[in-house]
Design a protein around this ligand. Structure first.
Ligand code: IMP
Length: 185
């Protein structure tokens, strides 16, 4: 089964396509930069994108919106994670967290699947905390400062851990269960 994954992010694509290919779903990357809606939740961003893209791209396709939600910052940067990273970088994020005792945060991933009939949504999240310094060279985005709950490593330090328990992997497992009826937990 071939499904288009509309994204400009090759890291997201690599993480998703590896898992999907094991279940016989071949993802093809469509590197199309569309205008993202401004919204507080990834679900809203994804539904609005499906609305726009379903008029342009033949189904089946998926899109994914994700972000880092920091509890003590009321969920910031959330759906604005990509923009904030570009604007202030990881060092800027660490500065924002300086003197902050509550460092808990979560990554959220929401997949929107358009099969030509109705939009379907699959979401995943992983709890953790913001480290006090940048660690590791793997992954992308905020991976060097995110430590999943119960572990000492950042995602960037331990990519095999990320491949097991990330927000994106959880969302894609739900997607695979929906399209293939296969439980890949
Ligand atoms: P968007 O989904 O394209 O709006 O981008 C979400 C942004 O959130 C990315 O550009 C990253 O900065 C951040 N992000 C989402 N998922 C991850 C992840 O798995 N690791 C690190 N950063 C992530």
């Amino acid at each position: 089964m071939l499904v288009k994954f509309i994204t400009t992010n090759k890291h997201k694509f690599a993480e998703a396509s590896e898992l999907c290919s094991r279940s016989g779903i071949q993802l093809s990357m469509v590197d199309l930069d569309y205008e993202e809606a401004r919204a507080d939740t990834c679900e809203q961003v994804v539904l609005s994108a499906i609305n726009i893209l379903s008029g342009e791209i033949k189904p089946p396709f998926i899109i994914e919106d994700s972000g880092l939600f920091v509890r003590s910052l009321n969920g910031f940067p959330g759906t604005y994670s990509a923009y904030v990273l570009k604007a202030i970088g990881l060092d800027g994020m660490l500065k924002l967290m300086r003197g902050n005792d509550d460092r808990s945060a979560k990554f959220v991933s929401v997949i929107g699947y358009w099969d030509g009939n109705k939009p379907c949504i699959f979401s995943g999240s992983v709890e953790g905390e913001i480290s006090s310094e940048l660690r590791g060279a793997g992954g992308f985005g905020y991976d060097p400062l995110f430590i999943p709950k119960g572990y000492k490593f950042t995602f960037a330090e331990n990519m095999s851990l990320k491949a097991k328990l990330s927000h994106r992997i959880e969302a894609f497992r739900k997607f695979i269960l929906h399209v293939k009826g296969e439980n890949v937990w």
